[in-house]
Design a protein around this ligand. Structure first.
Ligand SMILES: *Cc1c(COP(=O)(O)O)cnc(C)c1O
Length: 444
């Protein structure tokens, strides 16, 4: 499905911003299309989210069994919510500004099994598929103890089915690990950006990894084609999947509980502002839609993209969604933020978030590394480059004038700025120290 290059005339109205983007400069875009009817047209309901939450609960005994690292949490795949005051101080100093309110991190880099935000969507979709086919064959009841899915008998049953997915790395890791644990024949189609260690980790688990020299969209396209030719094969479609989206959205119910536990109130006088790294859009879109369902008009959201991969920004800005790719305007997709190295956004997600999102900003790769180093130094958290895209969000919200325009001074004082850290805990030590070193050098 190769599209024609978009012509310049179509881009004319957006030219000033697009020109900044193609010149490799960072931009901050505020969404003029935002509506104030907060829950209009979201593709998921609170019931969808609760149903997904209940399904994940049913699977918890199975997950605790096959992934020992989840045993202590009883098979619940969740991450900490923490305040990062030293990072806040650093950002204020670096940018010469004062950030009112608190700076927090949703530490999805610590999600077990996949080590990234993809644990939420990817695992959920595979588990739901497994549940469906097991039930269709009368091999499972919702009331049963799902640890029975870990038996050899069930693994043999699932080995008659195939799973496939296209990925820049992390989604493949999430789906591959879960698929292999259930016994599915799993194939991951990896784009050129995917890191070597991610491929190795999967192959070690018996997952078939097919490598492409092209970008993510190409890997997805090939994967979809091959899967369609394979009997009993299910293709997990990152660009269109509602199940992935629902899986991501459950993060909102979990966060709500964590906020309650720490007695943090979200209401008109205590706005929640989230900063989410965005690739094709599924993870940030699903999380943000879930947050909208839970916190309504009191939650605000920005997506963050690399300067070299601003696909969602280009899609939303022009309204062309997946009919435009960053390569069409001469942006080359060369970014170290492999999780975000996507040239064409999901139109499903773009259309879903367009009326709700507050803005999108882009960040240079160099800054991602500097923040990577600082997060390690100041907060002791090890994140991969993609996971740092949102870190400058509160600064952008402030410096663009958005914060002052949106809120009163007391609302700003009470604001919860939440940066979503989306991956990094499984990065091998050697690679991590090299990245930390790079960030340290870039800073000086
Ligand atoms: C995939 C990914 C994202 C973004 O998710 P999309 O669904 O592609 O938008 C962000 N950070 C990391 C580390 C990722 O792997």
């Amino acid at each position: 499905m190769k599209q024609e290059r978009v012509n310049e005339e179509q881009l004319q109205p957006y030219w000033p911003l697009v020109k900044e983007m193609t010149a490799g400069r960072e931009v901050t875009w505020l969404n003029g299309q935002k509506l104030h009817t907060y829950d209009a047209d979201l593709p998921i309901t609170i019931e969808d989210m609760k149903e997904a939450h209940a399904r994940l609960r049913r699977f918890a005994p199975f997950l605790a069994h096959v992934f020992p690292e989840t045993k202590e949490a009883g098979g619940v795949i969740e991450s900490p919510f923490m305040e990062i005051p030293s990072m806040k101080e650093y950002l204020e100093k670096k940018h010469g500004t004062i950030l009112e309110g608190g700076l927090y991190l949703k530490a999805d880099h610590l999600l077990p099994v996949a080590g990234s935000v993809k644990a939420r969507g990817g695992m959920y979709e595979v588990l739901k598929y497994a549940e469906n086919i097991a039930m269709q064959h009368n091999l499972l009841l919702t009331e049963e103890d799902y640890s029975k899915l870990a038996t050899d008998e069930m693994k043999t049953f699932f080995s008659n089915y195939s799973l496939a997915v296209g990925s820049t790395g992390n989604l493949g890791l999430s789906i591959g690990m879960t698929g292999a644990a259930l016994g599915f024949q799993t194939t991951v189609h990896m784009s050129a950006d995917a890191k070597e260690w991610k491929k190795k980790r999967l192959r070690d688990k018996g997952v078939t990894v097919i490598e492409y020299e092209e970008d993510y969209s190409q890997a997805v396209e090939e994967g979809r084609r091959m899967s369609a030719r394979t009997k009993n094969s299910f293709f997990i479609d990152d660009e269109h999947s509602k199940e992935l989206f629902v899986g991501y959205s459950t993060a909102a119910l979990r966060l709500q509980k964590q906020l309650q536990e720490q007695q943090i109130i979200i209401d008109e006088n205590h706005p929640l502002i989230v900063y989410l790294p965005c690739g094709v859009g599924g993870a940030p879109g699903g999380i943000f839609a879930g947050l909208k369902r839970v916190f309504g008009e009191h939650v605000y959201g920005f997506f963050a993209e690399p300067v070299q991969a601003p696909c969602m920004l280009l899609g939303l800005l022009t309204g062309l969604h997946d009919q435009i790719a960053v390569q069409d305007v001469g942006i080359d997709l060369r970014t170290e933020a492999d999780g975000l190295a996507v040239g064409r956004p999901s139109s499903f997600v773009g259309k879903a978030v367009a009326p709700h999102l507050d803005g999108i900003f882009t960040v240079s790769d160099d800054k991602l590394f500097v923040y990577l180093h600082q997060m390690n130094e100041l907060e002791g958290e090890r994140l991969e480059p993609s996971a740092l895209a949102g870190m400058e969000g509160p600064v952008r919200a402030k410096m663009s004038g958005w914060l002052d325009k949106q809120f009163t001074s007391s609302q700003r004082q009470n604001a919860i700025h939440l940066v979503w850290s989306t991956g990094g805990s499984l990065v091998p030590e050697k690679e991590m120290s090299a990245m930390i070193k790079k960030g340290k050098q870039l800073q000086s």
